[in-house]
Ligand binder design. Structure first.
Ligand code: F6P
Length: 360
């Protein structure tokens, strides 16, 4: 597409801002700083083995008890450095930092909070499969803005419906930034020659129906009955109660799965399960589930714990984990319905049904 017909991310943000004549421009500047961090991460990721960035960071374990990769640490640093100086933020929180990050005294403090997972899907780094960054922007509590005090974890514990913006960068065959500022979802592709994001996917919509699901099936013995029922019915295909065949995908990079679902529909499940009773789910609420939930809902999809809309959940801790289901609206609603309904009996004959006198 010729350059004069392209819309840059900057132009897109300025045009959005014109709808709010009193806006200061801080918000746009913040999103551009986030985009800069994503471009820098894209470059590091692209160099792969040649950049000396693959592999584990020796001796480094994050707050989740997970081994940090070198690129996790580099990406976190790039996010912090790109966003701490601009005067737009009151504080940041990241998957890779145990505690909230306070803006150093040499820089002004602003009214927004930035929450991020700097490199999602990091088990894929060393095998050259797509990874991504996820971010969410919240408004800082008024007393933080008024006083300029240090932030605490409690300041970030806001339900997802209070997000002002959310997005992700996908470092795949091409680098993309997908963003919502509450007016639909828009995708930008990085032109690596110009180092600029251009609007390539305006107003993305998730189809309401799908025949594709994504779940880590190695956890099936730990699933709760509604999830087991849903997956069994998909696997039964044409001959089962759904009357149609389903396809399955699992990339193990949530950003990449979310992007596929935005592009062609589908449903993603990393549900609450019984694998580890100390972890009510695998994914993190504040910087994985909430931003993806906001994006899905803005694209006409749905995001849920299975029991309630993800964006309604009141967070209780910074690194809280949660069960997450998102994607095509009708499928997510079906999974929510299965969580409300008692499990159906497999056979009309109670002697052979799933729950009978003869079984546990
Ligand atoms: O940290 C989260 C994450 O890497 C997601 O991107 C991905 O969906 C999930 O973990 C993969 O988990 P598992 O290794 O259990 O398949």
């Amino acid at each position: 597409m010729p350059l004069d017909q392209r819309t840059t991310l900057t132009q897109f943000l300025i045009e959005q801002r014109r709808r709010f004549p009193s806006a200061s421009g801080d918000f746009n500047a913040l999103i551009l700083d986030v985009a800069l961090a994503c471009k820098a991460i894209a470059r590091s990721v692209a160099f792969g083995a040649l950049g000396g960035v693959l592999g584990a960071q020796a001796g480094s374990i994050n707050v989740q008890g997970e081994e940090q990769k070198k690129l996790d640490v580099i990406s976190n640093e790039l996010f912090v450095r790109a966003n701490e100086w601009g005067g737009h933020l009151a504080g940041m929180a990241s998957e890779e930092m145990d505690e909230p990050y306070n803006i150093p005294g040499v820089y002004p403090r602003g009214k927004y909070l930035l929450v991020f997972d700097p490199l999602d899907g990091s088990s894929n780094i060393d095998v050259n499969v797509s990874v991504g960054s996820i971010f969410s922007v919240l408004r800082a509590p008024q007393d933080v803005i008024d006083s300029g005090r240090d932030v605490t974890a409690a300041d970030f514990l806001q339900p997802g419906c209070q997000q002002l913006a959310a997005g992700y960068a996908l470092y795949g065959p091409s680098t993309m930034l997908v963003l919502t500022v509450g007016t639909g979802v828009h995708g930008f592709t990085l032109d690596p020659n110009l180092g600029e994001f251009f609007l390539s996917h305006p107003d993305i919509r998730v189809p309401a129906d799908t025949q594709e699901f994504a779940i880590n099936a190695s956890n099936s013995r730990f699933w709760e009955p509604p999830v087991k029922r849903y997956v069994d019915e998909c696997l039964a295909g044409k001959t089962g109660p759904r009357g149609k065949d389903f396809n399955m995908r699992w990339i193990a990079s949530m950003v990449a799965e979310a992007h596929r679902i935005l592009m062609r529909g589908g449903v993603f499940l990393y549900p609450r399960d019984t694998k580890d009773p100390s972890k009510p789910g695998r994914l993190r609420l504040l910087y994985e589930a909430n931003p993806v939930g906001f994006i899905m809902e803005q694209a006409g999809g749905r995001a849920s714990t299975g029991r309630e809309p993800i964006l309604q959940v009141q967070p209780t801790s910074l690194h809280q984990r949660i069960g997450l289901v998102f994607g095509s609206k009708n499928e997510v609603e079906r999974i929510e319905r299965y969580h409300r309904e008692p499990a159906p009996l497999k056979d009309d004959n109670p002697l052979f049904a799933e729950r009978t006198l003869f079984r546990d």
